[in-house]
Design a protein around this ligand. Structure first.
Ligand code: ARG
Ligand code: ZN
Length: 445
């Protein structure tokens, strides 16, 4: 076999250049220093991977930033840049199935992303640090990465910030050390994680670490919010996480990770929440009202099962994330004695048949409609209609079976349909065709 270049994309129909071909990442060790005074990030990324073909060269995804040096297997490698592709040519080819470590040294001011539809996201520079959150894009703005959810890996973060600031990443805290006016915070995300779920959020935070139900929680609330209404609502909503995790575990099966917690910054320029693995990030706007706050926390916690542990194999399967997390909100509302799931379904189902809501094909919404409200609400309705169709016993066997079958891996709509058919013993093609792939209001279940 001749050594050949790895592909520039992993083959996602929506984002053809996301991810790369020819290798599988096992771990990222990200040592980054960030100075909020000039927004510059200086990084050294060690990426351990296995070649899945005989590689003459391979790509990583990296947007902006200046690359200073690259080694592969300890030997200097050549590189070039082409848009978001960092093309690396090692001194010698890498044979299939061989493990190799790439070290990239780089620096610059990470780009913040923006979209007319969703507002700003990505590496967001704040007054005292940064909030790092985005979907589907964020990772390649601050580290070289195989940037697609189909290539999960474990992560170690070593984040160096000026003394007095906190740096919060995913997983378990592994302590901090200070010298010369800088503090390095180490975090370890041991369970495999999709790149977009990683964070390195920096600021003046009040950190709250505790263990509940065997899970290590770390919550981070911006000190500027402490004592404000937003801070109080956030504290109370975060305090209910163990209860919500218990409830969701009863429905979805055991919590898939060793760590949990939430982050809220005072920075008000973004307006979404994201299910960062083990440590979701919330815009402060969600903490205006206790019930609304808990509902959003239930949504992001449900994503730990559906979205994070079971990640999408490709972005077209996004309803498997958002429909499930939204349905969890409906179940939590019912559990709390508010609207039942059936009532919430009925309210959404009353949307008139000519509404544009029913035009979105949630099983393949296209890149511009990934986060359309139909993906969330019709997605949750699909699950409720499925429940009505196959009955509670099969439905509540299916949810944990799906989480378990794909645990720490990736899933597709076709795999979910197959499991639903297997557990219910019913032919469900017409059902899923109506709910996921038809741009019209489906018949009532
Ligand atoms: N998955 C997130 C949620 O359901 C949505 C993120 C939307 N992305 C963005 N860049 N605003 O809460
Ligand atoms: Zn969501």
């Amino acid at each position: 076999m001749a050594f050949a270049p790895g592909a520039a994309g992993v083959g996602d129909p929506y984002f053809p250049l996301d991810g790369n071909g020819g290798y599988d990442v096992l771990s990222y060790d990200l040592a980054v220093r960030y100075n909020p005074a000039n927004d510059v990030l200086v990084g050294a990324a060690t990426i351990r991977a296995n070649a899945t073909q005989d590689l003459s060269r391979f790509n990583l995804d990296l947007d902006g930033m200046s690359v200073r040096s690259i080694t592969v297997g300890g030997v200097p490698a050549q590189w070039s840049r082409d848009g978001g592709e960092l093309i690396i040519t090692p001194a010698a080819g890498i044979p299939q199935d061989v493990g190799f470590a790439t070290v990239v040294r780089y620096d610059g001011v990470p780009d913040t992303l923006g979209s007319p539809l969703l507002g700003i996201s990505g590496f967001m520079h704040t007054d005292d640090g940064a909030v790092v959150a985005g979907e589907p894009d964020v990772a390649a703005t601050w580290f070289p990465v195989n940037d697609h959810p189909s290539d999960k890996a474990s992560y170690t973060f070593r984040i160096t910030v000026p003394v007095g600031l906190e740096a919060v990443a995913n997983g378990i805290p592994r302590g901090r050390t200070s010298s010369g006016g800088w503090t390095t915070w180490t975090w370890q995300a041991v369970e495999p994680m999709a790149p977009y779920l990683s964070t390195a959020t920096i600021g003046d935070f009040d950190l709250r670490a505790y263990v509940a139900g065997g899970i290590r929680y770390v919550d981070a609330i911006d000190v500027d919010l402490i004592g404000t209404r937003t801070g109080n609502v956030a504290s109370e909503a975060f305090a209910r996480q163990p209860e919500i995790v218990d409830f969701l575990s009863g429905v979805f099966g055991g919590y898939p990770f060793s760590a949990a917690g939430g982050i809220v910054d005072d920075y008000g320029a973004f307006s979404f929440a994201l299910e960062n693995q083990t440590r979701p990030i919330y815009s402060r706007g969600f903490f205006s009202d206790a019930r609304f706050a808990e509902s959003v926390v239930a949504h992001e916690l449900a994503h730990q099962w559906y979205g994070d542990s079971v990640a999408v194999q490709a972005w077209q399967h996004i309803w498997l994330n958002e429909g499930f997390a939204t349905y969890a909100q409906w179940l939590w509302s019912e559990e709390e004695g508010f609207e039942t799931a059936a009532e919430t379904f009925a309210a959404h189902y009353s949307t008139g048949p000519n509404s544009p809501f029913w035009k979105v094909i949630i099983g393949d919404p296209g890149p511009d409609d990934l986060f359309d409200s139909a993906v969330y609400n019709r997605g949750a309705m699909t699950l409720h209609a499925l429940r009505e169709t196959i009955g509670d016993p099969d439905f509540f066997a299916l949810l944990p079976a799906w989480a378990q079958q794909q645990e720490t891996g990736n899933g597709t709509t076709a795999e979910f349909v197959a499991l639903a058919e297997q557990i219910s013993g019913q032919q469900l093609d017409a059902f899923f065709d109506d709910w996921l792939f038809t741009p019209a209001k489906p018949p009532a279940p």
